[in-house]
Design a protein around this ligand. Structure first.
Ligand code: ADP
Length: 599
């Protein structure tokens, strides 16, 4: 039922109750007024009859018997009538014992014979009263016996009284009560409308606020100042909405932090019900599987392993895992049940990206196989030569000396390899610390170039070095930075032909000091140049090994590690048979920046 309907019903019920009450009151008032008026008149008339009896009894006291008394009444009826009329307000008529009309008010009215009343009165021997309609006028008729002292009836007194006064009073009261009733009706109407409003308004507010709450606004408060039932209801309601608000906010915060946790996880997460409906999932589901907003396990039908894991979990397996390769990523899928109070209810599937671990594993595998290979080659040579020297009687001094030479060279190669390995290993170790100091790169490169010139003399290679003026200082480890340029220039010498030139140039570029080492040697195939910084990579393995000078492919790998540790950059530019240009860039702090940071 709508509240407006409720209001109308309330008003109508109030009005009905009022009208019924009003009718009862009207009825009671009119009836009691009528009864009172009639009784009063009746009493008056009975009093008149009593007076009449007393008068006659006095007047006839001296007479012998009741017949004489009856005769007296008959003879003196007019006198008696006149005397009694002096004390009475009603119209009087006197009858003898046989009902014969003796006297009446001939001046004012027609005689009334009251035949019916006479018959009843004589039969009952007591006064009789009736209400008569005489020519449209209501009258009260009383017929009373005239009694002697011995209680013998000698005649009858008929008394008539008009009832118009009582009727008028009734009409007046009817009009008065009606007018008051109508005014009361209006008052009751307005009051009950107002009263029902005072009930309905808070209920309307409650309804409106419930609507708002339904839409998710839990900050609503109802204002109702009275301390009645509605006030109590609104108080409870306000408390309830506040509690809901608090609980809602708590839930929201918890949900938010759970969402944050899920979002910040580095793993993909799916939580599922036994029926396969998704409870939650995070952004990695899109990243790894390109599935947007999945709802059930069916949404993963493209990836069969999900269904397999889900089935295994439903069969009761505690932990299920599987490695898969999806879109170039190695993913480890781990499924486990989520148990609530020991009862298995939902399932959690975690998707971990193990691509990097796989790569690392692969690199380590390659590294170990490369190291074993690199160590094996010189060792095989050494063992081969020593076996040969052992087996044969060596008289040939020349063969002996060349064999020992080879053994020595391979021994040195082994030492170099072990040094390089140690170097590479120490650079990878996170705990390895650099001795960082402010240094002049120009001075450092000049030093290295001087050192390397000694080595290049045998190949008649000229190393030219140029540096711009005003070179800023940089932060770096002197020995490690020297190692960079030693390794690069060493390669440049190694891969240049006899009599060649190597250009070393130091310049300033933006926030970097740039050192480029350019040779005009054999160059590198551009398709392969990006691999030269990987461990154990050699562009041309056979040649490197045959040339004897070939390292294990760790030189530039070490260079790259040191450059990275100095937050620098390294790049290579090369063409086959045209030479190679390797550029190392090391950052320096700009004056302005220093000033700013000091501020
Ligand atoms: P290695 O210690 O064997 O010299 P590096 O890591 O220093 O190994 O170099 C890797 C490979 O890059 C070399 O084997 C060579 O093939 C190529 N390379 C490096 N520098 C040059 C260069 N200046 N000219 C031609 N090839 C080069």
């Amino acid at each position: 039922m709508k509240l407006a309907e409720y209001k109308t019903r309330l008003v109508i019920v109030n009005l009905l109750i009022y009208i019924i009450t009003w009718f009862f009151v009207l009825f009671a008032v009119l009836q009691s007024t009528w009864y009172y008026s009639v009784t009063r008149l009746e009493n008056d008339m009975l009093q008149t009859s009593t007076n009449l009896n007393i008068y006659i009894q006095e007047k006839t006291a001296h007479l012998q018997n009741d017949d004489a008394r009856a005769t007296y009444l008959f003879s003196n009826s007019t006198d008696i009538y006149n005397v009694v009329m002096n004390y009475s307000n009603c119209t009087l008529e006197l009858f003898n014992y046989d009902g014969l009309l003796l006297v009446y008010d001939s001046n004012n009215q027609e005689p009334t014979y009251m035949t019916q009343e006479y018959a009843t009165c004589i039969a009952r021997n007591q006064p009789v009263m009736s209400i008569r309609n005489n020519n449209g006028v209501k009258q009260l008729w009383v017929m009373a016996p005239i009694l002697t002292k011995t209680s013998a009836i000698i005649g009858f007194a008929g008394m008539i009284n008009p009832l118009n006064e009582a009727e008028n009073l009734q009409w007046f009261l009817f009009a008065l009560i009606s007018v008051c009733g109508l005014v009361g009706l209006l008052v009751v109407f307005l009051a009950s409308a107002q009263f029902s409003d005072s009930f309905i308004k808070p209920i309307q507010t409650l309804t409106k606020i419930s609507d708002e709450i339904n839409k998710g606004d839990y900050n609503q408060i109802i204002t109702y100042k009275k301390n009645d039932e509605i006030g109590e209801l609104t108080r409870v309601y306000n408390e309830m909405t506040q509690n809901i608000n608090t609980v809602f906010n708590q839930l929201k915060n918890e949900r938010q932090s759970l969402g944050d946790i899920l979002a910040s996880l580095d793993d993909g997460v799916i939580a599922l019900t036994r029926e396969g409906t998704l409870l939650t999932s995070n952004r990695y589901i899109k990243t790894y599987f390109d599935i947007i907003d999945p709802k059930t396990i069916e949404d993963f039908s493209e990836y069969e392993f999900f269904q397999e894991i889900f089935n295994s979990l439903r069969e009761g397996k505690a932990n299920v895992s599987k490695e898969v390769l999806i879109n170039g990523r190695n993913l480890l899928i781990i499924g486990s049940p989520i148990k609530t109070s020991g009862i298995e209810e939902n399932y959690l599937i975690i998707i971990r990206n193990i691509t990097n671990e796989k790569l690392l594993e692969e690199e380590q595998r390659k590294f170990i196989s490369s190291v074993s290979h690199e160590l094996r080659t010189p060792l095989t040579t050494i063992i081969g030569y020593t076996d040969m020297l052992n087996r044969r009687q060596i008289n040939d001094q020349k063969l002996l000396s060349s064999s020992l030479n080879t053994i020595n060279k391979e021994g040195h190669r082994l030492v170099r390899l072990v040094d390089d390995l140690l170097n590479a290993h120490s650079l990878q170790d996170m705990s390895f610390s650099f001795y960082m100091e402010e240094l002049d790169l120009n001075e450092l490169v000049t030093d290295v170039v001087r050192q390397m010139r000694v080595k290049s003399i045998s190949k008649e290679i000229e190393i030219q070095y140029k540096a711009v003026n005003d070179i800023p200082m940089i932060e770096g480890d002197y020995d490690r930075l020297s190692q960079i340029f030693i390794n690069i220039i060493h390669n440049a010498i190694k891969f240049s032909s006899k009599g060649g030139v190597i250009d070393v140039v130091l310049t300033v570029e933006d926030e970097y000091l740039s050192v480029s080492i350019r040779d005009y040697g054999i160059g590198i195939d551009p398709a392969k140049k990006d691999f030269i910084f990987s461990a154990f990579y050699r562009v041309d393995e056979d040649r490197a090994r045959h040339e004897g000078e070939g390292g294990a492919g760790l030189g530039l790998y070490i260079v790259k590690q040191i450059v990275d540790k100095h937050n620098g950059k390294i790049s290579v530019d090369s063409e086959l048979e045209e030479g190679t240009n390797i550029t190392v860039k090391l950052p320096f702090k700009k004056e302005q920046e220093e000033d700013n940071s000091e501020n």
